[in-house]
Design a protein around this ligand. Sequence first.
Ligand SMILES: Cc1cc2nc3c(=O)[nH]c(=O)nc-3n(C[C@H](O)[C@H](O)[C@H](O)COP(=O)(O)O)c2cc1C
Length: 272
Amino acid sequence: MKTGDSIDIGNGKKLVFVEMRMLHWPDSMATYLTGDNILFSNDAFGQHFAVEELFNDKADQCMLWEEAIKYYANILTPFSPLVKKKIEEIQGLNLPIDIIATSHGSIWRENPLQIVEKYYEWSQNYKEDQITVVYDTMWDGTKQLAHKISAEIARISPNTRVKIYNISKTNKNDIMTKVFKSKAIALGSPTVYGSILSSVGGWLEFLKELKYKDKKAAVFGCYGWGGEGTKVLRERLTDAGFMVVDAEAKSLWNPEEADFQNAEEIARALCQ
Ligand SMILES: Cc1cc2nc3c(=O)[nH]c(=O)nc-3n(C[C@H](O)[C@H](O)[C@H](O)COP(=O)(O)O)c2cc1C
């Protein structure tokens, strides 16, 4: 089967097939039912979310949209170029769509194309005026820097939404959704055995897999002697495709005045 192939199912209705290779599995396909104008979209446009009344217009809108973007941010971003191409291809088929029934999540029956439009937007290096600060710490020194950076962003750019998370205390998918929406992030870890905390290292591995594009980043963290942590963060964020700014806050033991000034420099560089 390839895109546009169809089979007759009686009553004058047909199933039309649309190839969706790697969205997000190699064998993914969508199926369109003529007459009823239903697009069975497989994983696309879905959520990891159950709506008791089944339909998008019955769902709590805040939860539905948060779950929809969370699904996109955590599952589909590596395939964003394919998403954009596929949407253009489906639009090119000129099929009237009254319902989008995904394989998991709510069924889109009220203005079903709204989720298609959102996917199109999300597939193109999406970002809002938001900055997310992410860190872990052993004795709260790195946390102090994180909070100073957040406070400075809020002071320098009051319209920018600032989010702050301790990696060990928040669901990693929720943090990733905030990063997806952000134009920049600041990432902090104390130095541990010449590197970074494994919680931050694991999260960075996930971040790299998601292939976010066109976002700035800054690094910070406390240390006791060698202080290799910020260098490791810098290298790994660059490897994950982030544009890492020069400003950084690297504090010997707990932060002092000069370190807080560096935190201010980070905020300034990320807001530019
Ligand atoms: C197990 C362990 C290993 C550490 N390894 C290093 C190291 O290799 N290099 C270094 O500069 N500091 C090292 N430190 C010191 C911490 O980076 C330092 O105490 C820092 O201030 C902790 O920051 P926090 O308050 O954010 O947890 C280590 C600390 C611990 C507990």
